[in-house]
Design a protein around this ligand. Structure first.
Ligand code: ASP
Length: 295
């Protein structure tokens, strides 16, 4: 699905860029841009976010998302939601309209509905490809005689397809957003790194914005997004910090994943220690995308 991934990140990039181009000064353009970019990838069945996500052990989709504003450090997160096509939209509503920072499950869905977001059925988020993927995974596990067996959870060729975006606007503000269906065959109620502040996502105008993808449990142990941003606050460039982050993830806890990082001067880093990670970036001068590059 390499082509579909490149097309998908390209469409997300275009949506985010449109917001940045349109924005008059004063609007939260970076925040709007990461939200729109992530919505495009949630709507794209290629990725593990929104419709088309990996299924949990019960065959249901459970989604997590976080969005964060580097200007104010306001953030909004949702965990284990089952009836939202675009959990990042609910996260944004929390950021903008709630005194709280994070909602889970039914309470998150109720908050979203009260703030004008439509609720769907869980079945609306499930696609045949993922039903078959779960069936195959559980059949493999059963052939090992243990239905809780997780075949090679530390195998970096197992797909992790969380989506994320970082943006810098003309006011010098940065923002980040991350959205996921989590890991295949996860236990119901399991929450990964993606929607946890500092783990799967972080943004601070005084240092950088970051979004991670990959095997969530190791990333959580290292609070990896914030770890990376702290390196930049200490004077390092995002390109170096991103590569250091995935090296640290591997060396310290045998984790695998990837990260995108952007600072308020427009320096950025893209790194992964998985065989592939689809990425795309655009500046006023150039645009590039790929699946292989690291560092
Ligand atoms: N990071 C996600 C999680 O562990 C999975 C992924 O990146 O696909 O929930």
């Amino acid at each position: 699905m390499v082509e579909a991934h490149i097309r998908g990140v390209g469409n997300a990039l275009a949506a985010g860029w449109r917001v940045l181009e349109r924005a008059g000064s004063g609007r939260c353009a970076a925040l709007d841009a990461v939200e729109e970019a992530v919505v495009v990838m949630e709507d794209d069945e290629t990725f593990d976010a929104g419709r088309g996500s990996f299924l949990n052990r019960d065959g249901r989709v459970q989604l997590d998302a976080l969005i964060m504003d580097g200007a104010t450090l306001r953030a909004g997160g949702v965990g284990c939601v089952e009836r939202l096509r675009n959990p990042v939209r609910a996260a944004r509503k929390i950021l903008s309209e709630s005194p709280h920072l994070y909602f889970v499950g039914e309470g998150a869905e109720r908050f979203a509905a009260q703030h004008g977001l439509p609720l769907c059925k869980n079945e609306d988020l499930i696609i045949p490809r993922e039903v078959e993927r779960l069936r195959q995974y559980q059949a493999d596990a059963n052939s090992h005689g243990n239905e809780l067996f997780a075949p090679a959870a530390d195998d970096e060729t197992i797909s992790h397809d969380t989506v994320g975006a970082v943006a810098l606007d003309c006011n010098g503000n940065i923002a980040a957003a991350t959205s996921t269906g989590g890991t295949l065959n996860k236990a119901p109620g399991r929450l990964g790194d993606s929607s946890l502040i500092g783990c799967g996502c972080y943004a601070d105008n005084q240092s950088a914005a970051a979004s991670t993808t990959g095997w969530g449990e190791p990333i959580m142990k290292l609070v990896l997004a914030k770890w990376t941003i702290d390196r930049i606050a200490a004077g390092n460039l995002p390109e170096w910090a991103a590569q250091e982050a995935v090296n640290y993830l591997k060396q310290r806890v045998n984790g695998h994943g990837g990260i995108i990082v952007l600072d308020p001067e427009g320096h950025f880093g893209i790194a992964h220690n998985t065989p592939r990670m689809a990425w795309a970036y655009k500046t006023v001068k150039q645009q590039e995308s790929g699946v292989e590059r690291s560092g």
